[in-house]
Design a protein around this ligand. Sequence first.
Ligand SMILES: Nc1ncnc2c1ncn2[C@@H]1O[C@H](COP(=O)(O)OP(=O)(O)O)[C@@H](O)[C@H]1O
Ligand SMILES: NC(=O)OP(=O)(O)O
Length: 310
Amino acid sequence: MGKKIVVALGHSALGKTFPEQKEAVKNAASAIADLVEAKYDIVITHSNGTQVGMIHSAMREYSRLEPTNTVAPMSICSAMSQGYIGYDLQNEIRTELLNRGIYKPVSTIITQVRVDPFDTAFSYPTKEIGRYMTAEEAKAEEEKGNHVVEIEGKGFRRIIAAPRPMEIYEIDAIKTLVDAGQIVIAAGGGGIPVLQQGTRLKGASAVIEKDVTSACLAEELGAEVLLLLTGVEKVALNFGTDKEQALDTMSVDDATKYIADKQFNEGGMLPKVEAAVSFASSSKEHKAIITSIDTALEGISGKTGTVITC
Ligand SMILES: Nc1ncnc2c1ncn2[C@@H]1O[C@H](COP(=O)(O)OP(=O)(O)O)[C@@H](O)[C@H]1O
Ligand SMILES: NC(=O)OP(=O)(O)O
C-alpha cells in the first residue's frame, strides 16, 4: 500500500458551468493520475459552492413550473452536487488512468456529515453559494427570505450557514474502498450536512466548508498528507499588495498568528489555512500542503507549495 493522502479540489478544478466543469476536470484528472503514478492512495474531496447554488435555483424554477413539487431542500441540492461532480471526476480520472495504461476503479460516495443544530453558524450565515447577482437580483433573493452579501467589485452572492463538521457517517465505506486500492471521491462540498434525530439523519439547510471536512477526513483515515489544491502555487502574506510574500513553509504557530492578523480571506484562503493547522497540529507525522492544481505532484514532492507542519 502507498501513502494515504486526501486531495481537496477547489474551484479551479471545477469551473462555474457544465461546459467549464467538463474541461476543468481534465486538468484535475491529470493531477490525480500523476499522484497515482507516484504511488499514493487517494481520497478526493471537492468544492460545490457555485454548483449547489445553481442546483437550488434550478429546482426553485422547476417548482414554479410544477407547483406539486416543493422547492428542493439545500441538503438534497448538496447530494445532487456530489452526484454530478463525482460523475464528471470519476469518469475523467478513469479515462486519464486508462490512457496511461493504469486500471484502477474510481467511485463516488454520497457522504453525510453530522452538524450541531446549535452551531452558531446557523445564526450567522457566511458561506457564499451560487453565481454573482446584480443588486436587483439580490433584492429579489432577499425578498424570498434568503441572505445575500455584496462582494466588492464583483456583485452580490447568496450566503448560507457553514456549520462545523462533527462526524462523517460513511467513513467505514470510504476506508474499505481506499484500503482495497480504489480511488474514492467523498465528502464532496464538505459533505451533506445532517442533524441526527434518533435513528434518522435529517438534512440541514447549510453548506459545510470542504477544506474543514477534508482535514477531518484526513484525520479519520490516518492519512499522512492533506493536499489542498487551489488557484495559487503558494500561500502569501499581504496577498494582492506590493508587499506580497509567498511562503514555502508555515509552522502551526506561524499560521495561527497569521490567521489572527487577518492575513487570509474568509471563504477563500482562510478555511484552507485553518484546515491545514487542524490537521498538522494533531501529529508530527502530518503534513498539509497548499498549492495549485497545476503543481500537485511538485507540491507533494517538496518542490513547491506552502507546507504546514507542527
Ligand atoms: N493570502 C493568500 N495567499 C494566496 N492566495 C490567496 C490569499 N488570499 C486569497 N487568495 C486567493 O484565494 C484563492 C483561494 O480561494 P478559492 O478560490 O475560494 O478556493 P478554492 O480553490 O478552494 O476554490 C487563491 O487562488 C487566491 O486567488
Ligand atoms: N462546500 C465548499 O466549501 O464549497 P466551495 O469551495 O465552492 O466554497
